[in-house]
Design a protein around this ligand. Structure first.
Ligand code: TYD
Length: 205
């Protein structure tokens, strides 16, 4: 089963993904992320997240797509073929929300490019961690992360557009999306996500 985690910067995806995996010790879970977890991805990540890199929106798009193509081929497909559950921190919906809704590139073109780059591999389940932008930015300030990358440096309206983009995707692809209230305490968030995951895995607990 292929599970992706999406949300604006500071929404707590990574924390949830790790806590959820910990709760399911004993199940073979492959934890991975985009951009970044292939050999090529690590190098691309350094470019796309470098605050000093001035990137054209289309150049940036193709770097994320190149990362995705390699990541799916090198890591995700083999893990799924071994029967593992894959938890992936960001995937195709991030491209639609950041490069589409926020940067203004055409959504239908991005859907086609995503299909190409992902080798047609769609998530079985996507958790969207939804949170008001002001709360996410406050969390990032507390973690002193606001200066970390180019995307963290954008103004609130950019992140508002990303948030709205994700919510629109959740409506359009409602059958695979599960929208979670990311302002909940972690314990409650993990429990909510675990219930959804169990149902999708066909396990009643
Ligand atoms: P990262 O440091 O991994 O942030 P986070 O922990 O919030 O995921 O940075 C990833 C950044 O790249 C994030 O701001 C979103 C952006 N991104 C895109 O714009 N398009 C994409 O297709 C992907 C995968 C990520």
């Amino acid at each position: 089963m292929f599970v992706t985690f999406e949300g604006i910067d500071g929404s707590g995806k990574t924390t949830l993904l790790q806590a959820l995996a910990k709760q399911r010790q004993g199940t073979k879970i492959c934890l991975t992320r985009e951009p970044g977890d292939s050999m090529l991805g690590k190098r691309l990540r350094a470019i796309v997240l470098d605050a000093k890199t001035q990137l054209d929106a289309r150049a940036e798009l193709f770097l994320f797509l190149a990362d995705r193509a390699q990541h799916v081929a090198e890591l995700v497909r083999p893990a799924l073929a071994r029967g593992e559950i894959v938890f992936c921190d960001r995937y195709t919906d991030s491209t639609l929300a950041y490069q589409g809704a926020a940067r203004g590139l055409d959504q239908e073109t991005l859907l086609a490019l995503n299909r190409l780059a992902s080798h047609g591999l769609e998530p079985d389940l996507t958790f969207l961690l939804d949170l008001p932008v002001a709360m996410a930015q406050e969390r990032m300030r507390q973690r002193k992360l606001e200066q970390e990358g180019r995307f963290d440096g954008y103004d609130a309206s950019f992140h508002e557009a990303v948030r709205q983009g994700f919510l629109d995707l959740a409506k359009r692809f409602a059958s695979r999306f599960s929208v979670l209230d990311a302002s909940l305490p972690l314990k409650d968030l993990v429990s909510a996500a675990d219930t959804v995951l169990s149902a999708r895995l066909g396990i009643d607990d």
